[in-house]
Structure formats: structure tokens, C-alpha cells
Design a protein around this ligand. Sequence first.
Ligand SMILES: Nc1ncnc2c1ncn2[C@@H]1O[C@H](COP(=O)(O)OP(=O)(O)OP(=O)(O)O)[C@@H](O)[C@H]1O
Ligand SMILES: [Mg+2]
Length: 337
Amino acid sequence: MSYIELKNIEKSFENKEVLKDVSLSIEKGEFVTFLGSSGCGKTTLLRCLVGLENVDSGSIYLDGQDITHVSAQMRGVSMIFQQYCLFPTMNLFDNVSFGLRMKKIPRKEIEERVNDVMTIVDMQDHLDKYPYQLSGGEQQRAALARGLIMNPKVLLLDEPFSAIDAKLRKELQLYLKKIHRKLNMTSVFVTHDQEEAMRMSDTIHLFHDGVLEQTGKPNDIYLHPNSVYAAGFIGSYNLIPEELLSKTNKKTCRRYAIRPEVIEMSKKVYVQSDEYEYLEGIITNQIAQGSVARTVITINSNIEISADSISQENFSYQIGEYVYLRVPKKDIVKLSR
Ligand SMILES: Nc1ncnc2c1ncn2[C@@H]1O[C@H](COP(=O)(O)OP(=O)(O)OP(=O)(O)O)[C@@H](O)[C@H]1O
Ligand SMILES: [Mg+2]
């Protein structure tokens, strides 16, 4: 049995099914991400796991114990909420020590543990400050400290970096991974940002409308999305109708997905080979994306395809130019649903 097992979890609010037969398992020490668009049930699933929400049916196991009906206080699971939820009228010492004070832990032990955890998040000089005196990133680290101080078996993090700018966000992502490894935690992270999920996770569980759509390692999900939804959500796949491709298996596939970076582009017609599919069209847009440049090519005047290349290679192409494309057949993903 895995460290955490969710079995056939169902949850409705006011007759609306929010979680539909969700089953998944998490190994000890794993960094797992629940990924999915807004409203797909990520926070609800975390709240069921931490014990703030009862499931309608199904079971939850932690370390071999059935905790489905165990109270939140007794589960040994900490959650960092989507809003930081620091108490505005308490200084950081009181905020971070709140859980320990509720448990009536002796003052001396509380001071030692606050000191330890604030050192881990590098906030030891801020103990007397109130939340309004901290930057967003510092508040985020304080919220992390408040979760860590309880020595949880499992740490749940609900979109902890959503309100933070891109640069600090990347620093905090690396920082969280470091703490995860150092404390040998099991972490469940929620995000709707696929790049963040790819960067952070050992395993991604992709959700769609309350259903677990696909589970896998980041690279597996990226290279082998199993549905139109997964292909659309992970990376920026081109979804191609079958009539554009030469020999396709019409019985099993509705659509094909092609990643922008596997498409090659040329001003001249390619010499044909069995290893490639060939397309052609007019360049209708060019988008700078830093080191990579995206070119949008319109085929048959109604289908748009994006092709990525290293920025400098793209300088020789103009909007309105007619171009030839080739795609290795091995890189074309068949989507059966
Ligand atoms: N207490 C509640 N009462 C009624 N409906 C709820 C309740 N909590 C959540 N919902 C509904 O359940 C659905 C899933 O909500 P949830 O908060 O789990 O989504 P989410 O995936 O975390 O979205 P986001 O990325 O926006 O945070 C939403 O349609 C939401 O309106
Ligand atoms: Mg949420």
C-alpha cells in the first residue's frame, strides 16, 4: 500500500458533483502536484485530505491507517491555504506558534521550535513584525513556517505562490523543493500553472472537471498526453485534424497533437521521406518569447499551427511568406479522446 491512498472519492456541494470517483496514490517523500483549471476541484480534494471537508463516499488512507473519519487535528496533515491566512492582529511569533499554543505546548519548547522553523525559512529577524509589515514573499514564507512548525507527516500547499511575481515565484519554488528534500516531507502542491507543475513535481495528477484525467511524471505527461484536454492543458500542443495528415488510422483517432518545437520550417519544398509528415502554409504571426520565437502558420486559410524555434533562426522569415513544414512522424501524438 502507498503512503497516501485516495480511493473512489466522491464529493458534491448542493447537488453539484465536484469530485467524481477520484482514486490516486502518493508515495512517502514524493512531491506531488494536483494540476487543473479553476473550479476543477483541487482545493476541495486538499480539504478532504486535511480533514476540513467530509467525503460523500470513498476512503482516505495515510501510512496504512484509514483516516476517512479522523478529525483534522489528529491526521498529522498541515495545509497552507490559497490565501495566506496570517492573522493580521498577531505578530509573526504569535502567527507561527499559533498551532503549538493551541496544543498547550510549554513556552520554552514553542520558542525553540519557532526559532528553528524561522531559521529554515530565513525569517528569524522578522518575529516582531505584523503581516502588513511584510512583503508578499515574506508573508508566504511565514505561512510556510506556520505549516512546517507542526512537523506534519504531509504538507498540503494550495496555490501558495499565485500572488507573487514571476522572479520571486521561481526562487520560492526552488526554495520549497529544498525544504521538501531537507525535511524529507511528503508534499502535495496545487496549481493551475502547468509550467510550475512541470518544474516542481515528481508526479502530476491532472484534473478536469472533478475527474482525474491523467497521472504521470512531468515529462511523460508532456510527451504523451492521453486526451485532447491534456494536450491542450500541458504545453501548447497544436491539435491537428486527421485530414491534414497523410496515412492515419481513422478508427482510433479523432485528433493528433504536435508540439510546436518539433515542427521544422523552410522556404523550400522538402525532399520527401517516409519519416515525416509535410504541411505548408502562410506565416500569419510572429511572437517573441525570449530565447524562443513562435511563428504562426495558417494552413488551408483556416487552420493555425504554431512552430517554435530559437529566436535568431527566425529573423529570416516575414509575415505573409509561404513556408513548408515537416514533422517527424514519431513526434505526432495520437489522441483517442
Ligand atoms: N463550500 C462550498 N459550497 C458550495 N460549492 C463549493 C464549495 N466549495 C467549493 N465549491 C464549488 O466546487 C467547485 C470546485 O471548487 P474548488 O475550490 O475545489 O476548485 P479549485 O480547483 O480549487 O479552483 P481554483 O483553481 O479556482 O482555486 C467550484 O465549482 C466551487 O464553486
Ligand atoms: Mg482552489
